[in-house]
Design a protein around this ligand. Structure first.
Ligand SMILES: NC(=O)c1ccc[n+]([C@@H]2O[C@H](COP(=O)([O-])OP(=O)(O)OC[C@H]3O[C@@H](n4cnc5c(N)ncnc54)[C@H](OP(=O)(O)O)[C@@H]3O)[C@@H](O)[C@H]2O)c1
Length: 294
């Protein structure tokens, strides 16, 4: 199988390059070699590689910055996936794409199902929703995986930010009224490879929710990161209203994994278990001091 992967330098993309390798020949691109802001380059790369499978792990993920760059976010998160989808259809290939809990407004009191109506409350969420629609509207074979709260030991993410801040401040204040499921990028990449492999015969395409099992708040996540890391900086709970972010965030980010569990017999591990494994396997001090998050 020939596999075209975008976003190879991202959290999920980096893991995917490894998890997809057993499935075939992976042609992995970073922004420098395949810029999603350049439609001609997208078409050119896909036609050069002639993939059976395209996995789009590249995205505009700067949630706050998207408020001031909504057109760029839309171009990367909606127009580009639309072009990938057209090319996928032309080739009769399969497109795997990621979307987000931020397509929802977060007002539902229970985990979101795939059938719930999206209603994004920030520019990033709107751009990701348009990306889903562009893919669905193209008629290409596709799998859209909505996930949430991704972390790992590379790049910028909540986990690395908390580890850095805990070393710089005597106390942290973290939002406690937004709940979700922190998802380790490696779990998502491993599951993606499993699904793509099983779907070689086109068994089940469409849109699925796929995030870690369990639930916590950002505050609960921060406390667990520090507990497992043996750092005793206290974490005080604060509220969304007290924390001034440029973009609004949904209060409930929980995605029900019931559909994917039923269809694929697949469930990501409980977030706490994966966090412990992630932290244990990393040479923590080395990674954090070498590439501190913003
Ligand atoms: N992060 C989360 O919490 C979260 C939550 C829900 C869903 N998701 C979705 O999950 C997927 C993977 O996210 P992630 O956490 O792995 O994101 P990430 O770590 O921010 O990686 C995104 C990658 O996209 C690349 N990229 C950005 N603009 C590009 C462009 N114009 N052309 C080509 N590449 C470009 C980035 O390139 P550079 O390396 O050059 O920056 C980066 O390698 C995305 O679809 C995201 O929307 C993420």
């Amino acid at each position: 199988m020939r596999i075209l992967l975008t976003g190879r330098a991202g959290q999920v993309g980096w893991e995917l390059e490894r998890s997809l390798t057993p499935l075939g020949h992976v042609f992995a691109f970073d922004r420098a070699s395949l810029d999603l802001a350049n439609p001609d380059q997208i078409v050119g790369r896909v036609r050069e590689v002639k993939p059976d499978l395209i996995v789009n792990a590249a995205a505009y993920t700067a949630v706050d910055r998207a408020e001031s760059e909504p057109r760029l976010a839309m171009q990367i998160n909606s127009a580009a996936p639309g072009i990938l989808a057209e090319e996928t259809k032309r080739l009769g290939a399969l497109l795997v794409h990621y979307s987000t809990d931020y397509v929802f407004d977060g007002t539902k009191p229970s985990p979101y199902l795939e059938t719930d109506t999206p209603n994004p409350i920030n520019a990033y969420g709107r751009s990701k929703l348009e990306g889903e629609r562009a893919i669905q509207g193209s008629g290409c074979r596709h799998l859209i995986l909505r996930t949430s709260w991704i972390y790992g030991m590379r790049r910028n993410n909540f986990l690395l930010t908390i580890l850095r801040l805990a070393r710089e401040h005597p106390e942290l204040r973290v939002v406690d009224d937004q709940i979700g499921a922190p998802t380790w990028c490696r779990d998502l990449a491993t599951a993606t490879a499993q699904i793509a492999n099983q779907n070689a015969n086109g068994k089940a395409e469409g849109l699925y929710h796929l995030s870690a099992a369990g639930a916590t708040s950002w505050c609960g996540f921060a406390r667990e990161i520090l507990r497992v890391s043996g750092i005793d900086t206290p974490v005080r709970a604060t509220s969304t209203n007290e924390y001034a972010a440029l973009a609004k965030r949904p209060a409930n980010s929980l995605l029900s994994g019931a559909t994917i569990a039923a269809r694929w017999r697949l469930q990501l591990p409980e977030w706490r278990n994966s966090l412990a494994i992630c932290l244990r396997r990393s040479k923590l001090g080395h990674v954090v001091s070498e590439k501190g998050p913003e």
